[in-house]
Write a protein that binds this ligand. Structure first.
Ligand code: GYE
Length: 311
């Protein structure tokens, strides 16, 4: 990092900062907002952003990182679709003295292979969701179905872990089915349809925990098509706090969501610019806030507020 500092410190203003951004894709409304805000932030800061959409494939992300390295960009942002398989390409970036910043997901790689990770506390988000459900059912028996995020991604692993930690020791709460919906509305709907069919048309299901709002919105459609009332027959708790979940909440069809800011690029660019100016290294983790929203938080108003913010 010291060598990096020497080569980067004293360079001209951010105007000549070129940053490569390997984005996962646009699997959810939240992801699309992160892309919009990253492009806006780069524009505002005079950063030349090279954008690559990986269509959810890790090999496309690795190709993009190698292309950024070949181009000699000043820094790389990457939202890693899965947690493993990054060591080699991150080492190549390090050898090329190009700092890498992780956005919204982490990797299982030595932390000296990236400058910092700008993410929420993904385990905490799952815990907040689980605690809300436990408090809401207050000791009554409750069979839960879970829609997991992308298999092998750090949010899917950590949000599952946190939710289970919150349910530990509460015998009335039981996760009876758990499957990936890949963070998308379509898959979320499909998998929820299979859960409903497998559980006596849904009579046996008390609550849905979805690792993101988009899968919850898809599942809500499936619950309604099965003739049940989402939000009352089946409680719905998820994560992201995108505008559409507040629309569902205002209609009484969803109950709670944990907010994830789509503005990960702001802190990332701040860290980069501080590093370029005087070689100041950021902490290895720049944590973003997580806030619980429920139907008590005037969802119709929150929907109006959120609609413009990049979604
Ligand atoms: O919750 C989801 C997106 O990586 C934490 O990815 C992020 C997740 C987010 O698909 O909407």
């Amino acid at each position: 990092a010291t060598i990096l500092a020497a080569s980067m410190v004293g360079a001209a203003s951010a105007a000549d900062l070129t940053v490569g951004f390997s984005q996962i894709g646009s699997e959810s409304g939240w992801r699309a907002a992160e892309t919009t805000l990253t492009k806006q932030q780069a524009e505002q800061r005079g950063i030349d952003l090279k954008f690559a959409d990986a269509q959810q494939k890790q090999e496309n992300q690795i190709k993009a990182l190698r292309s950024f390295i070949a181009q000699g960009v000043d820094a790389i942002l990457v939202a890693p679709v899965v947690a493993t398989g990054w060591d080699e390409v991150l080492q190549e970036a390090r050898d090329a003295e190009i700092p890498v910043i992780l956005l919204d997901r982490t990797v299982d790689a030595p932390e000296d292979l990236y400058m910092t990770a700008v993410t929420s506390d993904l385990v905490h988000e799952g815990k907040v969701a689980g605690q809300w459900l436990a408090d809401t059912v207050a000791g009554k028996p409750c069979n839960v179905v879970e829609l997991q995020g992308t298999t092998g991604s750090s949010p899917a692993i950590d949000r599952k872990k946190g939710f289970e930690e919150a349910l530990a020791g509460k015998d009335n709460l039981k996760i009876i089915r758990s499957q990936t919906g890949d963070f998308t509305r379509t898959k979320g709907k499909e998998v929820m349809e299979s859960f409903l069919k497998a559980e006596d048309g849904g009579k046996n299901i008390c609550a849905l925990y979805a690792h993101n709002d988009d899968m919850a919105v898809g599942a809500i459609q499936a619950i309604k098509e099965a003739g049940l009332k989402p939000g009352t027959d089946i409680l719905v708790v998820s994560i992201d706090a995108v505008p559409d979940i507040f629309q569902a909440m205002a209609a009484g069809e969803a109950n709670a969501t944990v907010e994830l800011t789509p503005n990960m690029a702001g802190p990332a660019f701040d860290a980069l610019e501080a590093f370029r100016k005087d070689g100041k290294l950021p902490p290895k983790w720049i944590q973003t806030e997580s806030k619980l929203y429920t139907q008590a938080d005037d969802p119709a108003k929150v929907y109006e507020e959120k609609k413009g913010l990049g979604y």
